[in-house]
Every structure is written in structure tokens, then in C-alpha cells.
Design a protein around this ligand. Structure first.
Ligand code: P1T
Length: 395
């Protein structure tokens, strides 16, 4: 089955109870049993729910993985995957990553005896140097959030030999399974915030963990039930419906993002553009090798003082000032103040997430309207420089 067919058919056969063509929303917390110890395979909805099972099969198929587990959020999926580890284990983590993941690792899981080292994983020597005798996991985001750095998944997988018993986990949220297939590249587990491209319409929060390793699946599944961060059937259904059009949407996101990145790069007022589809991106060749498209996220800095970024963000019309990404509508975000605010300023700036950085989630509106919006905001900032402050950033 090819990608678009899987999106529409995997896990989504006619309902065995009624023949309903579309998977029903099984809005039930429990199931009546035929007799003590006799039931139809369903006993309690935290443990198992037919709507969630359908979503799990659909997402596993999209990632070319054998097994899927769905969660109430991307963070719940991330936490469940970290449950694979035990106190005393060490994780090598990309130093540019979603602020909430950093917060979970540094402020929650480190209190439970897990150890994290953040390195620029684009630098394989730095990754090699970070490996310790207790290294049990490599945590990759690629492209990274928000600087859109690329990490070579195959090359990191090759480093598992230097850390016996370790696994490679890829947060594939930014690329989506349409543009990047980490399991095929050797990764052990793929994590998603399905809130983003998979759901695709900014109307549902969710997460998923996908793997072809049965042992890892069983550990994650055990924790899904034991810890309980499951999505309800309504959210599972909305996510599944969104994912049916993933291929169509991703093609449009990437086309628009390429045009936005090229427009910004050519503009006199723009200092730097971060987009893997630009030949000027330092890892453009790796992006071409590892991804089948460059995605819909573009970050950039303007020339001049950093507060111009705030001014710019406040002046957009079609790009809503909002956290999150991956919906059909365009969004603009000021990472330092919003998505990455939980990373201490010093740490953030060391990694390049300055107060001048802006991040766009380029939607699938008409590209002419998006470029006109960017253009008017640049003109406005140019005409009235330095009026923005962090305090004037609307939230
Ligand atoms: O928000 P949630 O569904 O819990 O997913 C967390 C998450 C995990 N991984 C990546 C790469 C993410 O970008 C996110 C969430 N990110 C945002 C809300 C954001 O605006 O960047």
C-alpha cells in the first residue's frame, strides 16, 4: 500500500459491529462482558478502545512501523517513551529542541534519576564524545525546533554500537511521515505530536509512538495503560480524519514554505533564513538525502535590533500569532517568548534562539496572500522602526 492509500485505509476497515464505513467514535469507558473472564477483547477504555486502535494502526502504517500507541499529547507520548529507561540511564539529546521537551527532561525526568546531555547532534564528533557507559538513548528532533537544523538519522543509528543496548528515538513532528521515514532509516522509535501536521487543523491535541520493535512496543504499551495518558475516542477520531489528507496538505505546506523562504532570503531587510529547502542551508544536501520534501516550517531573523521581531509579529494579518504549528492556517511565533520560553535565556541564546528569531508555520492559503502579508509587515517595521518591545507582544 502506498502512503496516501494507507492514510485512508490502514486500520480503517468497515466497523465489524455495524458495517459503518467510517470508524465510529466508540464513546464508552467500559464494555459489558459476556461472563466473568469472557469478553470481546475490550475491557476498559484506558487499556483499549476501538477508535484509538484504528488511529494507532493508521499512524503505524504511515511511519512504515509495525506497532503504534496513541497518547493524549505529544508530551505524553514523549514521557511514555522515556519510561523505557530506568534511573541511572543517560540520554544524549539534540540541543535544539521543543522547549516543552527540554522542560520535561530537565525539570521532571532528571528528578527521577535520568541523566541528559544536550549536544549539537549535527556534529557527530560531539555526539560520540557525549556517549557514556550508561548511555541508553539518543533523542533526535530533525528538522529541529525552531532552528531547522538537520540531524543525520542513519549516522546517529550507527553510533548505537558505541553505546551497547541503546536505542535511537526520532521526534518526527516537523517533517511528518510524509517527508521523512525514520524507521526505514534505522530508528527504533518515532514520536509525534499529532497536534501538528498529522491532525493538521489545529483542533485537537495528541501524540503517538511508533516502532517495529515488539519488545519496545510492549514496554510503551504497558506504560500507556499504567500511566494512562491516552486520548479520548473523539480526539482519536479527529486525528485520524485529519491524517487522511496528510499527503495533500504536506505538498502544499512545502510548496508555500519554499516560496516564503525564497522571498525572505531575497529581501534586503532580512538577515538570515532557516529552511532546509534553501541551497544556502548548511545541511541542504543531507535534507535532500534524508527527506523527500522540506516541510512547512521557516525561521528567520530581520536585520537591525532584535525588537523588530516583536514589531513584525504584531503586524501580521494572515499569520496568527500563536504557539503550535502544522495546521492548514499560517502561524507566526516568537520562540524566545513563546514555545521556548521554558529554556533559560542563557541556554537558549547559546543555541541560537535569540530574541530576534521568528518562526513561521506556513499554511496552505494562497501563496500570493501570504507573501503580501509578509511584505506589508516588513514595510511597516521599516517605516516605524523599534516600536516593538517584549511587553507589546500580543498573546
Ligand atoms: O504539544 P504536544 O502535542 O504535547 O507536543 C509537544 C511537542 C513535541 N515535539 C515537538 C517537536 C513539538 O514541536 C511539540 C509541541 N510544539 C509546539 C507546541 C510548538 O509550537 O513548537
Amino acid at each position: 500500500m502506498k502512503f496516501s492509500t494507507k492514510a485512508i485505509h490502514a486500520g480503517q476497515g468497515a466497523d465489524p459491529a455495524t458495517g459503518a464505513t467510517i470508524v465510529p467514535i466508540y464513546q464508552t469507558s467500559t464494555y459489558t462482558q459476556d461472563a466473568v473472564g469472557e469478553h470481546k477483547g475490550f475491557d476498559y477504555s484506558r487499556t483499549v478502545n476501538p477508535t484509538r486502535i484504528a488511529l494507532e494502526a493508521q499512524l503505524a502504517a504511515l511511519e512504515s512501523a509495525e506497532y503504534g500507541s496513541a497518547f493524549a499529547s505529544g508530551m505524553a507520548a514523549t514521557a511514555a517513551v522515556l519510561n523505557i529507561l530506568s534511573a541511572g540511564d543517560h540520554v544524549v539529546v539534540t540541543d535544539d529542541l521543543y522547549g516543552g521537551t527540554y522542560r520535561l527532561f530537565s525539570r521532571v525526568l532528571s528528578r527521577y534519576g535520568l541523566e541528559f546531555t544536550y549536544v549539537d547532534m549535527a556534529d557527530l564528533n560531539a555526539v560520540r564524545a557525549a556517549i557514556k557507559p550508561n548511555t541508553k538513548m539518543f533523542w533526535i528532533e530533525t528538522p529541529t525546533n525552531p532552528l531547522l537544523k538537520l540531524i543525520d538519522i542513519r549516522a546517529i543509528c550507527a553510533l548505537r554500537d558505541a553505546a551497547p543496548g541503546s536505542i535511537v528515538v526520532v521526534d518526527n513532528t516537523f517533517a511528518s511521515p510524509y517527508f521523512q521515514q525514520p524507521v526505514a532509516l534505522g530508528a527504533d522509535v518515532v514520536v509525534h505530536s499529532t497536534t501538528k501536521y498529522i491532525g493538521g487543523h489545529s483542533d485537537v491535541v495528541g501524540g503517538a509512538a511508533l516502532t517495529s520493535n515488539k519488545d519496545l512496543y510492549e514496554i510503551v504499551k504497558f506504560h500507556q495503560n499504567a500511566v494512562g495518558g491516552v486520548p479520548g475516542p473523539n480526539d482519536a477520531w479527529l486525528t485520524m480524519r485529519g491524517a487522511k489528507t496528510l499527503a495533500l496538505r504536506m505538498r502544499e505546506h512545502a510548496k508555500n514554505a519554499q516560496a516564503v523562504a525564497e522571498f525572505l532570503e531575497a529581501h534586503d531587510e532580512v538577515d538570515r533564513v532557516y529552511y532546509p529547502g534553501l541551497p544556502s542551508h548548511p545541511q541542504h544536501e543531507l535534507a535532500k538525502r534524508q527527506m523527500s520534501g522540506f516541510g512547512g516550517m521557516v525561521s528567520f531573523t530581520l536585520k537591525g535590533p532584535e525588537q523588530r521581531a516583536i514589531d513584525f509579529a504584531n503586524r501580521m494579518h494572515y499569520f496568527s500569532l500563536a504557539e503550535s504549528l502544522g495546521g492548514v492556517e499560517s502561524l507566526i511565533c516568537h520562540p524566545a517568548r513563546m514555545t521556548h520560553g521554558s529554556i533559560p535565556k542563557e541556554e537558549r541564546e547559546k543555541r541560537g534562539v535569540t530574541d530576534g528569531l521568528l518562526r513561521l508555520s506556513v499554511g496552505i492559503e494562497d501563496i500570493d496572500d501570504l507573501l503580501a502579508d509578509l511584505s506589508q509587515a516588513i514595510d511597516a517595521v521599516k517605516a516605524r522602526p523599534n516600536t516593538g518591545t517584549l511587553e507589546t507582544l500580543r498573546r
